[in-house]
Design a protein around this ligand. Sequence first.
Ligand SMILES: [Zn+2]
Ligand SMILES: [Zn+2]
Length: 347
Amino acid sequence: MKALVLVGAQNIEIRELATPSPGTGEILLRIRASGICANDIRDYKGNNPYSLPRVGGHEYCGEIVALGDKVDKNQFSIGQHAVSYIIPACRECSYCRQGRENLCEKAPVSKTFYSKDGISGFGGYAQYIAIDTRDVYVLPEDIPFEIGAFTEPLACVLNSIGHGKIEIGDLVVVIGGGVMGLLHIKLAKLRGAKVILSEPDMKRRNLAQMYGCDIAFDPREKDPVDYVKELTGHRGAEVVFNTTAIPAVAEQAIRMTSAAGRCILFSSMHPNTPLQVDGGRIHSQETVITGSVSPTVYSFQQAVKVIAEKMIDFTPLIHKVYPYTSATEAFEEASRPDTLKTILRFD
Ligand SMILES: [Zn+2]
Ligand SMILES: [Zn+2]
């Protein structure tokens, strides 16, 4: 099979690798679409600490082409369209047993991130992948592969939305109107919130309105903290999601969260400089500050349902689809800050 092997910064080779054969309890997935996410771009640019060579790609969707031994044939069959939960969670550590598989203690030391002599990575930038059936989720066959590739990013956002504990009528602020910000807006609306977006790009603000955003403003024109306070009788928003990597913006997100409110740092921070937080206010106002990383098994299952039931129109989020043979061009394009989701096709 062909695979995109990252061998150095901005250096992807299309290599012929052995096609995996499905082991006991595994299926073989022929990957058809695989999204490029901000973390894949950090891989590509050489900004991640993971070992090379590496086959990245964790937002993939494909079809089942072979079944290994002991696969339940009532549940899985050749031709089904499927996606995979991609965290190499052990399901045995104390976090996994709390349903927090995204925090698994063993995942960070798995070969997904570090492989001594071999290839690291999620393996989604290849034509085939063998997957344990416990991680396989079947999608209806009328869901296009490019849409199925949104399952993993949507599952990340569903985990974040869960941390927000949004109630009907809550005021929710989303900072940043990229793919992840826009999905936060849509899901917060489904939870019954009034939603405000802070985003400098007008095209993204317009798109946000399409996803039901109530107020979209440009943070260069209005001070975001003052504006949110002004809209809420100085209380601040009940829930704030920061989808930007900028520490100064994360500080603003915390400052605009109300007493008893929840501030979710969804994006990773780059550079990860320490934040200035008014500890006295957090103490006296019981404001909750938390992070959100990757999907849990629960949020992944939720994402599969949302996609299968066609509850979100993902089409406006697709920037461009490239054949995998144009991977370098696709990564260069996806690196531009003004693009939405770039997807690779494997045919
Ligand atoms: Zn991702
Ligand atoms: Zn674990």
